[in-house]
Design a protein. Structure first.
Length: 65
């Protein structure tokens, strides 16, 4: 459940500033914060809740730029 909440929070951060297409692209694109893995893949395969929180932080940082 926490993984889904993290994805939702990251999505909210992005669509608040950008459109849905940009948010989708951010989730699916390579991200240097995650060793060039897509944030969606990080959320899917990481078993560490701290990493899920990192996705939220990365989305916030992207939204602030």
């Amino acid at each position: 459940m926490q993984r889904l909440r993290s994805a939702h929070e990251a999505t909210r951060c992005l669509v608040h500033i950008y459109d849905a297409q940009t948010a989708r692209s951010w989730f699916m694109g390579m991200n240097p914060d995650f060793n060039d893995e897509a944030p969606a893949r990080v959320l899917r395969y990481s078993q560490n809740p701290d990493t899920w929180e990192d996705v939220i932080l990365a989305a916030r940082a992207f939204a602030e730029t």
